[in-house]
Every structure is written in structure tokens, then in C-alpha cells.
Write a protein that binds this ligand. Structure first.
Ligand SMILES: Cc1ncc(COP(=O)(O)O)c(C=O)c1O
Length: 405
């Protein structure tokens, strides 16, 4: 029992749950509470305008609301200044912004892991092709957990940048960011963390972990689609080159030159998704009210119930879990295959029998699946509104599918 955690009360905040679905695709996209939907409507109904340009009262209101959202996000990750929070469209855009602004040159080394989402693999491979940077891949342990020795062995005096996933969308494994950060900084390199799967589910303090850059997406944490964040230490963001430039990114310009804006606007080019940003701020407010730690404990409870309910089939090898066997190492993710069954068929059967929505396929981690020679997996990912009964129903349905193979 998590003190004060009332899942039935929480569920009432999510209008789409009235459709009697079992929504287990949260690592892809979370559902949205009514307060976030209302906040989006508030912008469109009451003060639809742009910030930073006009000086009328609608524009002033937008600026105030955007700044409130920025501060809310800053508090969530414990940034020192709210200006260290840059709004982007998603994690992918945040990573691309950094990859294209660092000024990496031929021979510079970047280290990533063997479990990166395409969003934290392709931008580096592109720089490898176009600029001749060296991309090094830190191999995980056999059970898919992080191997610090392998990582440390890869670092050299040519290593300029380390970019690692915090919690894997493949299997839910959390990487030891504090240790990675120490090793990275000891070697005079910079660290970026892909927090797409950690920020929605686990408390992250950028100062305690000494993270230089952090990227995450609003749509996975109750926020609107098309909203994301790039956090960066102030002194680093100030030195960093701009990526996309134009309106709002400059203080002044003439036909020959321009004067760059201060952070955060330096990186927020063109008209922003104000409704989305303001809605994102509301999502963070909602999550902080429930408590990220409470949510984390709740998800682990759901995943434990699923894992225990299917333990005999796992032991018999009829179900194969991606990642470590121990549920505590997989947070809210249960990624699996049924022996002899295609993952997409399993996902379809789960939906047609009990409206259970999961994700099937390679989850944008093609590199890992291709290396292992596996066609994909079915991924269940829990969030704050999933119930124990849903976990039991899911396990019962999986058992039925195993029987007919
Ligand atoms: C670990 C991880 N990184 C990056 C991404 C990309 O996020 P987005 O599509 O919001 O840019 C995802 C999305 O699933 C993810 O799970």
C-alpha cells in the first residue's frame, strides 16, 4: 500500500479511460488528464496570442503562462535557473539540437550505449558519415544492465561527448548516471542523458547527478504531443552554437550581421507551441502533486504482479523476458515474447480479446534487436492509472495465448 495513493481517484481524471480500455502503452505515449486538456483549451479560448512580440494583454498572459511552465519543469528536475529549460518539440529534437551545436570535428569521439533509441543513435551516425566523428558503443552486460568497466575502457582523451539513455524503453533498465557522470567529467568530456523514459517515472535531480544536458518529451508524461525539453547547464548553453535560427533567436540584426538572444530564447526559434508548452506545465504540476516516487512504486507493483503471475511460464521458457529477470531492475516495463508466436500477433490478440493496448515490434531500438537476431517484442509499460486488476487480466490473457501455441 502506497500511503495516500488512490488509483481509482486518479483514473477519474483521465476521460479516455471511460472507453474501458486497458492502456499498457505508456512508454510510447501517456494518456492525458482533464486538467491538461482544459489548460490547452484555456489558451485557445481565453488568450490565444504569441509571446515575446506584441505588448497587448493576451501576449502578456501567454508570456506569464509559458514562464510558469518553464519554472514548473525546472523544479521537477531541480535546475538552478528556469532559463536552463529550453522548450523543443520532443526528445529527438533536443538531441539533434545538441548533436548539431557542439561543433564536433573529424576524429572527435562520442560514446553511446548498445541500447539507444534511434533518436540517440542516428544523429551521431549522421555526424560520423558527414563529419568523420567516431561513435563508440558501450556494450551492456549479458542481462542488459550497464557495464561500467566496458564504458570506462572506451573513454580516451579524444572523447568529447557521452550520450546515454537513462531508463531504457527496451526493457526498463535504469543506467547508473551518477557513476557515468563522474567518469565522463574525470575525462573532461560532457554528458547528455536521454531522459525520455526516466523523467515521467523517476525523480531526477540534474544537480545531484551532475548532468550537463538532459532531454525528454511531454507526451510521455501526461503532456500534449509535440512538446519536449532540452535542459542544459547555463554556462554550457551560453557557449553553445545555435541550431535553428530566425525570429526570436536574435536581439537585433542588419543586412550583414545579427546579435544572438540570451537563453532560453536563443534556442527557441519561430512561433512556439504555446498551448502545448502551457499544457505541459500543467502536466508537470499534476505529476508533482501525485509524487513521482509514488508513481514509481505503483508501477513496480503492477510489473511485479505481472511477472509473478507469469513466473511458471517464464521458468518453463514459454515466455522470454527482454532484459533482466528481476522485476526491480525493469521498473514499469515488461517486454516479452511468447515462444513460437509473432509479437505483432500477440499484441493484436490482446487487444481483440480484452482491449489491452501494448506496443509490439522493435520499439525504435532496431540496432539491439538486429544484433540479437530477434524480430521484436511485446512491450507492456505501466503508469500511474493502471490497476492490479488490469495486470491480472493481462496475465490471464497471455496464459490463454500460450495454451493455443
Ligand atoms: C528512450 C527514448 N529516447 C527517445 C525517444 C524519442 O522520443 P520522441 O519521439 O518523443 O522524440 C523515446 C521514445 O519512445 C524513448 O523511449
Amino acid at each position: 500500500m502506497i500511503f495516500g495513493y488512490n488509483v481509482e481517484k486518479i483514473r477519474k481524471d483521465f476521460p479516455v479511460l471511460s472507453k474501458k480500455i486497458i492502456y499498457f502503452d505508456n512508454a510510447c505515449m501517456s494518456l492525458k488528464p482533464l486538467s491538461v486538456i482544459n489548460k490547452l483549451n484555456e489558451y485557445y479560448n481565453e488568450y490565444t496570442a504569441c509571446a515575446g512580440r506584441s505588448s497587448h494583454s493576451f501576449a502578456e498572459r501567454v508570456e506569464t503562462e509559458v514562464e510558469k511552465a518553464r519554472q514548473e519543469v525546472g523544479k521537477l528536475i531541480n535546475s538552478k535557473h528556469s532559463s536552463e529549460v529550453i522548450f523543443t518539440r520532443n526528445t529527438t529534437e533536443s538531441i539533434n539540437l545538441i548533436a548539431n551545436s557542439l561543433g564536433l570535428e573529424k576524429g572527435d569521439e562520442v560514446i553511446i550505449t548498445d541500447k539507444e533509441h534511434n533518436s540517440n543513435l542516428i544523429p551521431w551516425l549522421k555526424l560520423k558519415k558527414e563529419k568523420g566523428i567516431v561513435v563508440k558503443i558501450a556494450e551492456s552486460n549479458k542481462d542488459n544492465t550497464f557495464n561500467l568497466e566496458n564504458f570506462e575502457r572506451l573513454i580516451t582523451d579524444k572523447t568529447k561527448f557521452v550520450s546515454v539513455v537513462h531508463v531504457s524503453n527496451l526493457d526498463g533498465v535504469e543506467n547508473p548516471i551518477k557513476e557515468i557522470s563522474k567518469i565522463t567529467h574525470k575525462n573532461n568530456a560532457l554528458l547528455m542523458v536521454d531522459g525520455a523514459q526516466s523523467i515521467p517515472h523517476t525523480e531526477v535531480d540534474v544537480r545531484k547527478l551532475d548532468i550537463d544536458f538532459l532531454c525528454f518529451s511531454g507526451h510521455k508524461m501526461l503532456g500534449p504531443t509535440g512538446t519536449g525539453v532540452l535542459y542544459g547547464k547555463k554556462e554550457l548553453l551560453e557557449k553553445l552554437n545555435q541550431f535553428i535560427v530566425g525570429g526570436e533567436t536574435v536581439i537585433d540584426s542588419n543586412y550583414n550581421d545579427y546579435k544572438v538572444e540570451n537563453i532560453p530564447m536563443k534556442f527557441e526559434a519561430g512561433l512556439q507551441d504555446y498551448a502545448g508548452i502551457i499544457g505541459f506545465g500543467e502536466a508537470v504540476r499534476y505529476l508533482r502533486k501525485i509524487g513521482i516516487n509514488n508513481i514509481k512504486k505503483h508501477e513496480l507493483k503492477i510489473n511485479s504482479l505481472i511477472t509473478e503471475s507469469l513466473s511458471d511460464l517464464i521458468e518453463e521458457g514459454k515466455i522470454n523476458i527482454i532484459g533482466p529477470k528481476e522485476v526491480e531492475k525493469r521498473s514499469g516495463i515488461f517486454s516479452f515474447n511468447i515462444k513460437g508466436m509473432d509479437c505483432h500477433n500477440v499484441a493484436k490478440m490482446l487487444e481483440s480479446s480484452k482491449k489491452i493496448m501494448t506496443r509490439s515490434g522493435m520499439h525504435c531500438v532496431h540496432s539491439w534487436f538486429n544484433k540479437k537476431g530477434i524480430n521484436g517484442s511485446v512491450r507492456v509499460s505501466a503508469y500511474l492509472y493502471n490497476t492490479e486488476q488490469e495486470a491480472i487480466t493481462f496475465a490471464e490473457e497471455v496464459r490463454k495465448i500460450v495454451k493455443i501455441v
